[in-house]
Structure formats: structure tokens, C-alpha cells
Design a protein around this ligand. Structure first.
Ligand code: PLP
Length: 494
């Protein structure tokens, strides 16, 4: 049996999961979905006795079934080895009466590693069919770029080129990228903003002449963004594995329902929780937690998704998003696969800035999803109280989710809060939330001070950055970006 993927906006053309992973986005601008989601279920009792790696292999086989068993096993072993600083990969720990699912033990100390350590391996297998080389091109405002670099470094047949806005990322973010090793990586600062970089990357993807020249050399361009099924699928694993850990520590019996609270931006992480539910995990509620950019809270409360509002910069920047792309997949499943309806919602969103779900669909959505938001001040207060009351140090994204969770009435289920970044990735904001002064301190000084204050060691992935060699020093203007990509392709796939 082959799982066939097609666009959320039309189901006439189908592709295999390998093709979906190589292309990323469907040609009509929709996202790849499969109508077989949930046909195969995982056996919970078995999951409870399995390692992370065994569960990951089962999840991948269920959702990407044109991959061979040995391909999946080698992808899993490569993605979740020494590059994670714990063999548990995503350990669960206690925070008061609730649980934290720690998703930040990978090379860049944030949850995107869980998917971005896997996607490159899935792509590398997928490209073997046609033998082309794949150059990933991405613009980053700071975090995703490093996770993509770390994931794609030294992956066979793949390269990665990352652009970031010069002077507009933190010292630590810049060093994380500028010190990246690997013969197939390219990093470049651009004179301009993140939006300039992002817009130019879109032009590069649309540039037919460039594509033609690269094709003659056997190279295709692709992206690694969070709508790729190859990023979504690996995230399903940790919902099951968290459940297994709670069964093993005696907090759950197999079959009990669990609620998950997820700090949300693009809706990829929480959507993976919905996929887990479709694959048989007893999920009670999925709580969508937002910061002040609370488009999703309003949507889940009123049924109207309205992006016409001011964009606010917060201390949880990875959730500063007004258009949550992966929600389109949820709309597809919510409407029982009505591509026309999904297309019309997306058209309204693009042209009018909003769309409204009929009441019956909103009610159906709310059977699984709950919501809430937290301001920066509330987020800081939660960081402080988690530390003062429980001696648990959490980052601002996790604190948004914990704030939202604390406000919900406890329905009796065990509750898991997804913890998406190491607090040391946001040392300055965490320090000031704890009441310390950060005046005149740079990123590393904040890290040292946070370590001194709490006695919790900073992850070596971050603390060793200061002694690493800076390998990438290029800075270009926006109009030089296409040339930079082309010369990276020539160098990497020489
Ligand atoms: C990307 C990110 C999120 C949001 O995840 P989505 O899948 O985009 O909803 C939350 N926290 C951190 C630290 C992130 O990097």
C-alpha cells in the first residue's frame, strides 16, 4: 500500500510521500495531506514499552509508507543519536502537578531540531530515486536557520544556504550560524531586514532561468519550512513517547486520556498532536497557547480568522505569527476533505484578510482544541513563579503555554505542557523575568549570570559557541542573493 498525498486545495494530482517531501509545497500553493491519515493505528500498550526510536520508526512507517523499513531505521538512528544530549531524546519532567515535555535537547536547543534532524535524512533518501542534488534555501530571523544548518550539514546529496539580516539577530544566534561546520553549508548576512531576505528567497524559488541553469547541473532548489510533511511527521512521535513515559512512571494507565498544551506559532507542533490522536493516542484536549499575537485564540473563540491586526514583537518571538500556515491542513480534515471549501477560506484570507467558519465546524473543532493567550508580563510572572515555587527554569515560549494551562480548570486528565526551547536560548529575557538586571550584559554574560543565579548548567551546545571559529563572514546586498545561491550550488555540488 502506498500513501498518496495531494494538495489541500485539490485532489486530482497525487504524489508519494517521497515526492511530497522533496517538493515541500503543492504546485497550487496548498499543503500536502493524505486521506489515509488514521487508517493505521499504533498499539498503545506496545508503544508504552518501546524506545523513542522504535516509536519514531512506527510513526514514520504509518505516515510515509513508500519508505523502506531499512531507510526508516537508518533515518531514525541518524536523526536521534549523539546529536541529542540525552538518550531519551524528549524527556518528560514534572512541573508542579503537570508535566513538561522537553523538546530542546537537540543541537540548537529548540524543538525544531526534532523535525529538522529528520527531514534532511528523509529528503536524502527521497532524492535517490532521481539522483538530483537538493539545495535548501532559507531566510531566517534567527532560529530556524541554525536548526536547518545543523540538520542538513554533511547530508549526502543535499546542501543548505541560509540568509539572515545583518545586525538584526542576537550575538548568540549569529554565532550559532557563523560557526556552523560542514562542507555543504553556506551562510550569508544580507544588508536589509528579515522580510527583505524572505521576499528575495521567494523570488529565487520563482526564478525560472536560475532553475534551468541549476537543472542542467543536476541541482534543484527546495525549502525546509514547517509546512513540509517531512517536518510534521517526526513531531507526532513525541506525543506518543510522552504518553509512554507517563505510563512507565505510573501516572497513567494505557487508555487514559491526556491533555497537551502547546505554545503555537505556525500550528505545526499542535497539528502533530492532532495527527497523534488520529493514529490512536487518547488525546483529551489540545490547548493552543498564543502570545499577544492571539489570532488563533480569537479564531477558536469566534470562528473568524482575522489577520488584519498589528503585529506585536514579544519575548516569545517564535510565536510572533499572524498567518499560521499549517492550520490549512486542519481545515482540510475538519471539512472532511472538502478542497473547494479550503481553497475558498484561503482565498478569503489572502484577498480580504479574514474568513469565518460556520458554527457547526467551529463546534467540531472545539471538541479537540481549546485555546488561550498570555501577555509578556504574564509570561514573565510564570517564569518567575515556576522558578520560585518549583525550581524549574522555563523559557518564554514554554511559559506562555504554562500560563494558559494554569488558567484552565483541571478536568482530571494528566496534563503535558510542551517545552519548546532551552531557557538559555533566551537568557536575557529569562534573567530579567527572575528580577535580575541585564544592563550592559551581552548574550554570553547573561548566560553566565543565569547559570550563577540558578545553579543550572547552560547546555554545552550554547556555552561552547564563544570558543568556536567563525567560518562564515559573507555580507551581501539583497540583489546579490541569487548569485550567492548559484555559487554555493557550484561549490557544494562540484
Ligand atoms: C517554532 C517554535 C514554536 C511554534 O511552533 P509551531 O509549530 O510554529 O506552532 C514555539 N516555540 C519555539 C521555541 C519555536 O521555535
Amino acid at each position: 500500500m502506498n500513501t498518496f498525498y495531494h494538495s489541500t486545495r485539490g485532489n486530482s494530482e497525487t504524489v508519494t510521500s517521497k515526492q511530497a517531501i522533496l517538493t515541500g509545497i503543492a504546485p497550487d500553493g496548498g499543503l500536502f495531506v493524505s486521506d489515509q491519515l488514521g487508517d493505521a493505528k499504533l498499539d498503545l500498550a506496545q508503544v508504552a514499552s518501546q524506545t523513542y526510536h522504535e516509536t519514531a520508526a512506527q510513526v514514520l512507517s504509518a505516515l510515509l509508507d513508500d519508505y523502506q523499513k531499512d531507510e526508516i531505521e537508518s533515518c531514525v538512528a541518524g536523526a536521534y543519536g549523539d546529536n541529542f544530549d540525552t538518550s531519551a531524546v524528549t524527556p518528560v519532567s514534572a512541573l508542579g502537578d503537570d508535566w513538561l515535555l522537553e523538546l530542546y535537547h537537540g543541537p540548537t536547543c529548540a524543538f525544531k531540531d526534532v523535525a529538522l534532524q529528520m527531514l534532511p535524512r528523509l529528503m536524502s533518501c527521497a532524492r535517490k530515486g532521481d539522483g538530483r542534488n537538493v539545495m535548501i534555501v532559507t531566510a531566517t530571523s534567527g532560529d530556524t536557520g541554525k536548526a536547518a544548518l545543523a540538520g542538513f550539514a554533511d547530508i549526502e546529496g543535499c546542501g543548505v544556504t541560509v540568509f539572515y539580516p545583518d545586525g538584526k539577530v542576537s550575538d548568540i544566534q549569529r554565532l550559532q550560524m557563523a560557526t556552523q561546520e560542514g562542507s555543504n553549508v553556506a551562510v550569508c548576512a544580507i544588508r536589509g531586514t528579515f522580510d527583505d531576505a524572505q521576499t528575495e528567497v521567494k523570488h529565487i524559488f520563482a526564478n525560472q532561468e536560475l532553475a534551468q541553469r541549476l537543472a542542467e547541473r543536476g541541482t534543484m532548489l527546495s525549502s525546509a519550512n514547517s509546512i513540509n510533511v517531512g517536518r510534521l511527521v517526526p513531531q507526532v512521535t513525541y506525543y506518543f513517547d510522552a504518553y509512554a513515559q507517563l505510563v512507565r512512571n505510573g501516572s497513567l494507565s494505557v487508555g487514559d486520556a491526556v491533555d497537551f498544551c502547546v505554545p503555537t506559532g505556525n500550528f505545526g507542533d499542535v497539528l502533530a498532536g492532532y495527527y497523534a490522536k488520529r493514529l490512536g493516542l487518547p488525546v483529551g484536549k489540545l490547548i493552543v497557547a498564543s502570545n499577544t499575537n492571539k489570532v488563533l485564540t480569537d479564531f477558536l473563540e469566534t470562528g473568524t480568522y482575522d489577520r488584519r491586526r498589528d503585529f506585536v514583537k514579544t519575548i516569545s518571538p517564535s510565536m510572533d505569527i499572524l498567518v499560521s500556515s499549517n492550520l490549512e491542513r486542519m481545515l482540510y480534515y475538519l471539512t472532511d476533505g472538502d478542497c473547494e471549501r479550503v481553497s475558498s477560506f484561503m482565498r478569503d484570507l489572502a484577498e480580504r484578510g479574514f474568513y469565518t467558519l460556520p458554527g457547526a465546524l467551529l463546534a467540531k473543532l472545539r471538541e479537540t482544541f481549546d485555546c488561550g493567550f498570555a501577555t509578556d508580563d504574564e509570561t514573565r510572572a510564570t517564569i518567575r513563579s515556576a522558578w520560585k515555587q518549583h525550581h524549574v527554569l522555563i523559557d518564554p515560549h514554554t511559559a506562555v503555554a504554562k500560563t494558559v494551562l494554569d488558567r484552565k480548570e483541571h478536568g482530571g486528565n494528566q496534563r503535558v505542557c510542551l517545552s519548546t526551547a532551552s531557557p538559555y536560548k533566551f537568557s536575557a529575557d529569562v534573567l530579567s523575568a527572575l528580577g535580575a538586571s541585564v544592563d550592559g550584559l551581552d548574550g554570553f554574560a547573561c548566560m553566565d549570570e543565569l547559570q550563577r543565579l540558578t545553579g543550572i548548567a547552560a547546555p554545552t551546545q550554547l556555552s561552547t559557541l564563544r570558543s568556536k571559529d567563525v567560518l562564515h563572514k559573507d555580507v551581501v546586498d539583497r540583489d546579490q542573493m541569487p548569485d550567492f545561491v548559484e555559487s554555493s550550488c557550484k561549490r557544494v555540488f562540484a
